[in-house]
Each structure stands twice: as structure tokens, then as C-alpha cells.
Design a protein around this ligand. Structure first.
Ligand code: DOR
Length: 449
């Protein structure tokens, strides 16, 4: 998107600024001019209408004030624009599920100002031309910033490495074969080495395809009762272990996507203690939903990796609390009724998440698991640091990417109002608290609600 086009000069008054990168949690005003934050602090900026200082400043004060739109942010949180480092925008190729325009509008509605989009499009984003297409399309039609992730292997086939130098030069921030694992340990080793020379992050979808086989849900008593084939937790954990070993061998940065099991959390915790350059993310469905929902046979609960058991949910939450899991990302994976409204076994994997992530993250705050600073860090400073992008914090001179959050408002998740083109949301109807009431990208208002 053209961030500064249509940007407005604004003063956000008396909001609770929560900026984890600075350890900042305080009531203050934020002044935005020409798409940039120009001042932050208590009582900064032009005086509000009727303020004591205005009379003293006379006509000059009034004209200064009239250049700025004033927004009363009292009772609201002002946070750096949220970053979702794992989404599927489906364009090019599957525009009936989502487009760059609809996916980024959904992101803005959820409070997100930046997304990283996975390469399993059609064609696959394994070359500079596709990366450039995504960046240009996002600039023309998008409602938030889009950071493409290139493919680890050409065509996601796991055979030949993509041209990382070209991908990097075209604007890719990371490489991943997400949706599929890299089954060859040698290819993964080469990918880590090669990506490292270009400063590219490798994002791993951890799944041993031989172990997951034809599985449709988590392996265990529930899948046996349902007569569905299971995916053992070991299918994820073996690849988590392998990739940690390869990150240690190569010294390259590795990020583990959509972590879902207690065993994975334990492996990552131990690797971090040893200083392995590994980071990890989970998604709201892995700390909110468990496999027993599949007693309904509703394919809306089919996702890869699959929903697990309560002890996995508890371990994922513990990993979020102690910092083993750095990031919460939605793994927004839109599918149409054609792929989803069919028998569980045949339905596509994936849930949408951009418009439900924030209240589910805020549940962790309301439960007392995370402080507001910790929760916000999982969707701002941490993904920004891992992707090495200059966003995710608020400061003088920085782009005015921010979200205004009402942490108190209670409502039911209403999928019919979603901006996403798809409806495969497992949280439909859930009673939640907290939402983004305004989203700004480079000072431009991209969402109010
Ligand atoms: O459930 C999933 N859906 N998991 C993935 O890894 C890929 C994604 C998709 O692209 O639909």
C-alpha cells in the first residue's frame, strides 16, 4: 500500500501506550504528522479544544490545533501496529479464497499493520517475479504492509533450492516450504547454509510426512473412537529436533512455525538454553481449542498440525509464558466451502485467523498468563526482530503504524462481518473481549470499527 497517501495528522490523547520494545506501559499522547510519529509523551502536541494552554497561544494555537484531528484514546491501548508473521493470502492463483486486497483488509480489521505471506500460492513464490508481483499488488491494492516469504525449494517440491539471492533482492524476508515440510535433511542443511549467507530467515513447517501419512487429526483415543486416521505428535517433534540440530550445525537462524505439542515446546526450551539460534511461533487455535471438538466431525476444526490435547495446550501456554515461544501468528489459511464443507477426511487443512487472533491473545492476559507487555510483544517486537523489519515499536521518527485497542468491549465473534473472503473460522460465535477499534498504517486509517 501507499502508506502515506491519505495519511492524516492526528493526536491520540491519553491512551495507554504499550510498547514492549521499549518496556513502555504508560498513559500518554501520540502525535502523528505526515505518516510519522513526531512526538510521544504526556500532554504533548497541539492543545485540545478548550484547553488552558490554548487561550494563551491565541490564534496560532487554534490554527495549529486545526491541522490535527484529535482522538480521545482514554481507556484504550495504543500499541505498535500488530505483525502477523504467518498468513496465506492465496494470491496469485486462488483468488476465490482470498486476495491480497481482502486478506490485508482482514488484517487491518484485526489490528494488524504488517503480514508475512507464505509461498504456497499458484504459481509458488519461488522466484523474484512472484515476489515482485506480490509486493506491487500489495502496494496498489493492499491495506497493510506485506512481506513475502519465498519458497525453500523450487515448486515446494523439496528437491532443488530456490534462488535465495534473487528472492532477497526482490524483497522476500524469509524462506519456507510451509504447508509442506522439507523431508530431506541434506536439503534443509543446504537451505540453512545458503539462506544464512543472504541473511534470510528459514521458517520450518515441522512434519514427518511418513509418520503423518493419511492422518486427519491428532493420534490417540479420540481419533480411534471417531474412526479417523491419526497424526502422532512425534511427526512434528522429530522434525523440530532435526531442525534444531541442523540450526546448531550451520549456525543459521531457524524459526519453527505453528508449534502444537508439549514435546516440541520442551525441545525448543532446551535448545534455547544451549544457545541455538532458534525461535518459535504458535497460533491461537493451539492454545484455545482441543481435539475433542472433532467429535462434531466438523471440518472447520481440521488443521495441520492438528488440534491436540489439553496437556499440549497447557504446555504451549507455558512456552508462551516463559518465552520459549516468541510469537503468536494466526496461520490464516482461507479455504472455500468447496474444500471445507465436505467429509472430515477429505476436507482441506486450515483455519482463518486474522480477525479473531487479537481477542484470543487478550484472553491470555485476562487469564493472568501474560502481562499486557508480554502479550503485545508476541505480535509486535518479537516478530519484527525475527523478520528484521523496522516496525513493531513506537518512537519519534518511526512510521505511524499503530493499533488502537479497546480491551474491555465484549462481543461474540461474528464471521458474517469478516473482511476475509473465506469463512472457515473455528471461533465463530465465541464470546470474547477486546478488539482493534482503529488501525493506522503510515498514518493512514485502514480500519475503524
Ligand atoms: O492447516 C494448514 N493450512 N496448515 C498448513 O501448514 C498450510 C495451510 C494452508 O495453506 O492451507
Amino acid at each position: 500500500m501507499e502508506a502515506h497517501k491519505n495519511s492524516v495528522n492526528l493526536v491520540l490523547r491519553k491512551g495507554r501506550v504499550i510498547d514492549p520494545a521499549q518496556g513502555l506501559d504508560a498513559i500518554m499522547d501520540v502525535v502523528i504528522e505526515k505518516g510519522t510519529i513526531v512526538e510521544m509523551g504526556p500532554g504533548v502536541g497541539p492543545p485540545p479544544a478548550g484547553a488552558a494552554g490554548e487561550a494563551a497561544k491565541g490564534a496560532a494555537g487554534r490554527s495549529e490545533r486545526s491541522r490535527f484531528k484529535q482522538i480521545d484514546a482514554s481507556g484504550k491501548w495504543i500499541v505498535p501496529g500488530l505483525i502477523d508473521m504467518h498468513v496465506h493470502l492465496r494470491e496469485p492463483g486462488e483468488e476465490y479464497k482470498e486476495t491480497i486486497a481482502s486478506g490485508t483488509l482482514a488484517a487491518a480489521a484485526g489490528g494488524f499493520t504488517s503480514v508475512a505471506c507464505m509461498p504456497n500460492t499458484h504459481p509458488v513464490n519461488d522466484c523474484a517475479a512472484v515476489t515482485q508481483f506480490i509486493i506491487e499488488k500489495a502496494r496498489e491494492e493492499g491495506f497493510c504492509r506485506v512481506f513475502p516469504v519465498g519458497a525453500i525449494s523450487q515448486g515446494l517440491e523439496g528437491k532443488n533450492i530456490s534462488e535465495y539471492g534473487d528472492l532477497r533482492a526482490a524483497g522476500a524476508v524469509a524462506v519456507s516450504d510451509d504447508g509442506r515440510p522439507v523431508m530431506s535433511s541434506l536439503l534443509m542443511r543446504r537451505a540453512l547454509e545458503y539462506a544464512g549467507t543472504f541473511g534470510l530467515l528459514v521458517i520450518s513447517h515441522c512434519e514427518d510426512l511418513e509418520l503423518s501419512g493419511q492422518g486427519a487429526m491428532n493420534e490417540g483415543a479420540v481419533c480411534t473412537k471417531l474412526g479417523l486416521r491419526g497424526i502422532p505428535r512425534a511427526a512434528e517433534e522429530i522434525m523440530v529436533a532435526r531442525d534444531i540440530v541442523l540450526a546448531e550445525l550451520t549456525g543459521s537462524r531457524l524459526h519453527l512455525a505453528h508449534i502444537s505439542t508439549a514435546g516440541s515446546v520442551a525441545l525448543i526450551r532446551e535448545a534455547k538454553k544451549r544457545g541455538v539460534p532458534v525461535t518459535a511461533e504458535t497460533a491461537p487455535h493451539y492454545f484455545t481449542l482441543d481435539e475433542e471438538l472433532i467429535f462434531s466431525y466438523d471440518p472447520v476444526y481440521k488443521v495441520n498440525p492438528p488440534l491436540r490435547r489439553l496437556e499440549d495446550i497447557e504446555a504451549v501456554k507455558a512456552g508462551l509464558r516463559d518465552g520459549t515461544i516468541d510469537v503468536i501468528a494466526s496461520d490464516h489459511a482461507p479455504h472455500s466451502a468447496v474444500e471445507k464443507d465436505i467429509e472430515f477426511e477429505y476436507a482441506a487443512n486450515g483455519v482463518i485467523g486474522l480477525e479473531s487472533s487479537l481477542p484470543l491473545i487478550l484472553r491470555l492476559v485476562n487469564e493472568g498468563l501474560l502481562s499486557p507487555l508480554e502479550a503485545v510483544s508476541k505480535v509486535t517486537s518479537n516478530p519484527a526482530r525475527i523478520l528484521q523489519i523496522p516496525f513493531g515499536t513506537l518512537g519519534k521518527g518511526m512510521a505511524a503504524d499503530l493499533s488502537l485497542i479497546d480491551p474491555e468491549v465484549k462481543y461474540g465473534i461474528d464471521v458474517s462481518r469478516f473482511k476475509s473472503k473465506s469463512r472457515n473460522c473455528p471461533f465463530a460465535g465465541m464470546q470474547v473481549q477486546g478488539k482493534a477499534v482503529m488501525t493506522f498504517v503510515g498514518g493512514r486509517v485502514v480500519h475503524t470499527g
